[in-house]
Design a protein around this ligand. Structure first.
Ligand SMILES: CC(C)(COP(=O)(O)OP(=O)(O)OC[C@H]1O[C@@H](n2cnc3c(N)ncnc32)[C@H](O)[C@@H]1OP(=O)(O)O)[C@@H](O)C(=O)NCCC(=O)NCCS
Length: 275
């Protein structure tokens, strides 16, 4: 998978003490500071700064660009992007929630990636009351998949996994919130370890979904595909076959991400900064 997708994860709760957010802000260009400092809650600040650090670390390390020369942009729908040097191709996507920031990237031309990381909350209400709040985003078969779960914890996990699949696709295509989530419907393949997506009346054949667990309360879904292709790259297919099935209970971390520490990022910053 390393040749096709780069997967990075950064745990902000182990990385930061409160004062360190201000400290690491100095590693980032000033125009990026406001998106961190305007956040009211400390954990949101940690996630925001983690998100900015992780993408800069990634470009600096994998595209060998000088740390301070990197300039990100956004596509019209809001997806962050980077103008690559020498006609290189890059697509990447970031997600953050709870303790984690994750980045998924590909340099394989035409492939698009999306990622969604979701912290599974403890509910005060029964799961069905919670799931009912999303009746306009979920399909009938997705509701059936969720409520086939043997207990409330499994049902809630299944809901978040399905939600992650939906968001990862909308993020891969760059539409985000603008996309009608009820147009896509996710289910386990009846016999294989594989997540199927029905888009309207058609089964998607050029997209792969991979669900895993960063820790007991954090699920992450990777979506990758080439909408202009007629079939899926065999390496993506192999990776997709390693997914967790929707509703599978948590056992232990199952992700394929490289876990970074704040020190890894700091070292890259020091190595790759103009003196
Ligand atoms: C982008 C979006 C789809 C995802 O938001 P989210 O799930 O709240 O947040 P995530 O952490 O997964 O993603 C945020 C990141 O996505 C990226 N992003 C923003 N817009 C994007 C777009 N149009 N396409 C792809 N990626 C996008 C950004 O990098 C952003 O991080 P940053 O602000 O630190 O740069 C957003 O439009 C949204 O608000 N979605 C619906 C949220 C919702 O209803 N959640 C309920 C869950 S139970």
């Amino acid at each position: 998978m390393s040749s096709l997708l780069i997967l990075l994860a950064f745990n902000v709760s182990t990385a930061f003490q409160v004062k360190e957010v201000n400290e690491v802000l100095k590693w980032l260009p000033e125009h990026e500071h406001a998106s961190v400092t305007r956040k009211k809650y400390v954990n949101d600040q940690r996630l925001a700064v983690g998100s900015l650090l992780l993408r800069r670390y990634f470009v600096s390390k994998y595209l060998a660009m000088p740390w301070h020369d990197i300039q990100f942009d956004r596509l019209p729908g809001g997806k962050p992007t980077l103008a690559c040097p020498d006609g290189q191709y890059l697509d990447f996507n970031i997600s953050h929630d709870g303790d984690w920031v994750v980045l998924v990237s590909t340099m394989t031309r035409k492939l698009q990636v999306g990622v969604d990381c979701v912290s599974i909350k403890t509910l005060k209400d029964p799961v069905n009351t919670f799931v009912d709040c999303f009746q306009y985003q979920l399909t009938l078969s997705e509701r059936q998949t969720i409520f086939n779960g043997q207990d409330e914890a499994t049902q809630l996990r299944a809901f978040y996994q399905i939600w992650g699949c939906k968001e990862s696709y909308t993020k891969a295509i760059g539409e985000g919130l603008a996309f009608d989530l009820q147009q896509i419907s996710f289910n386990n393949h009846p016999t294989e370890r594989w997540i199927e997506c029905q888009h309207g009346n058609q089964l998607q054949v050029t997209w792969m979904y991979h669900v895993s667990d960063l820790d007991e309360k954090t699920a992450v879904v990777i979506c990758c595909g080439d909408p202009s292709a007629s079939s899926l790259d065999h390496r993506l297919r192999d990776f997709g076959h390693m997914t967790r099935r929707i509703g599978e209970p948590y056992v232990s971390p199952t992700d394929a991400f490289t876990r970074l520490t704040l020190n890894d990022i700091h070292q890259q910053y020091l190595r790759n900064t103009h003196c």
